[in-house]
Design a protein around this ligand. Sequence first.
Ligand SMILES: Cc1cc2nc3c(=O)[nH]c(=O)nc-3n(C[C@H](O)[C@H](O)[C@H](O)COP(=O)(O)O)c2cc1C
Length: 364
Amino acid sequence: MIGLFDRVARPLLRVLDPEDAHALTVKALKFAPRRRAPLDDPRLAVRAFGLNFPNPVGMAAGFDKNAEVADPLLRLGFGFVEIGTVTPKPQAGNARPRLFRLDADEAIINRLGFNSEGADAVLHRLAARVDAGGIVGVNAGANRDSTDRVADYVRLIETFAPVASYFTLNVSSPNTPMLRELQQRDALDELLARVVEARDRISRTAGATPVLLKIAPDVSLSELDDIVGAARKRRIDGMIVGNTTTGRPPDLRERAKAIEQGGLSGRPLFRLSTRMLAEAYVRTEDAFPLIGVGGIASGAAAIAKIKAGATLLQLYSGLVFRGVGLIGQIKADLVSVLRRGPAHALDELIGTDAAAMTAEPWPV
Ligand SMILES: Cc1cc2nc3c(=O)[nH]c(=O)nc-3n(C[C@H](O)[C@H](O)[C@H](O)COP(=O)(O)O)c2cc1C
C-alpha cells in the first residue's frame, strides 16, 4: 500500500494546488483500507513523559489539524501523532493561497493561520477513537481574536484532558499576530504557571497528562535561556524544537516563492532547528526530554537530531517530498545504527553531539 501510494498518488498530488493536494491526501487516508500498523523492532521503543512510544518517529502538528486521520496515520507506522493546532472556537485562518511548495528546495511555506474546526468538533472525533489506543497528542493554540490567550490554552487543556495523550502549547506559530510574544520571559512564565496549575488540578481526577512547549527556531540564545529557565522552574514535561522559521536561508533556489510570507519548513530548516535543539539540550540538563523537528528527510537526519539532543522526533515536510516510505526508512536506519553498535539503545545516542555542535559557528 505504502509503495503504491508513493509511486502512483504522489506524482499526481504534486500537480495540484498544495492545499487541494493536502485535503485529498487526508481524504485518501480516511478511506484507506484498514491494515495493522507494522510491528516495531523493540529496540525502537522509547519511554518519555510517562508514555511508552513504540518508536520515536511522530507526525508533527499541522497535517491533521482537526483529528480526522489520527488512526490511519498511526497505521502508517508513526510512533505517535500530534493533532492540531486546535483553537477553542472555530476559525477560518488566512485567505488562500496560503500554502506554497518550494519543490527544488524540498521546502514548504505556510501562512495558514490556525484554520481550525474548533474544540467541540475535534473533541468529538478524539472521543470516538479514544479506545483505539496509540499516542495522540493535542496541539493547542489561541484564537486570533482572543482577548485572553492564556485562558484559551487553559480551556483547551481542561476540554481535552480525557482524550489527549499529551498537550503541546503552540506559542511559536508565526501566522497569528503577536502569538510568539508568549515566548517572552514574563508572558511565558504566566502562561506556564496557569497551564501547570490546570494540568495538576485535572490530573487528580483524569490522570496525568504531560504538557510540552513548542518553540520557534528563531529565538535568540538569551531568549532560549529564559524559555528553558521558565520551563524548568514551572516543571513543564518537555519541549518541542521547533516550529517553522520566518527566516529565509540565502541558498533557497525557489526565489519567487521564497518571498511569500509565512513559516518555512523542510530541508532548509534542518541546520537551524538542529542547532537550536542542541542549544536547548545543553540548557535542559536532563530536566525534561526534547522532541526534535525540522527538516528531517532521511534516516541520517533523524540520527543527527537524536545526537543533537532529541529523545523523540517529528516530521511533516519530509513526508510531502519523500513519501510515506520515509517513516519505515528512518526506523530501519535507526535499527541498523543500533545493530552496528557501539550504542545498543537509542537513549545512549541522545545529545552525544550537542556540546560539539554548540561550539561551532552559528549556521547561516
Ligand atoms: C502546512 C503546515 C502546517 C503546519 N501547521 C502547524 C500547526 O498547526 N501547529 C504547529 O505547531 N505546527 C505546525 N506546523 C509546523 C510543523 O509541525 C513542524 O514544526 C515544521 O513543519 C518543521 O518540521 P518539518 O520540516 O518536518 O516540516 C505546520 C507545518 C506545515 C508545513
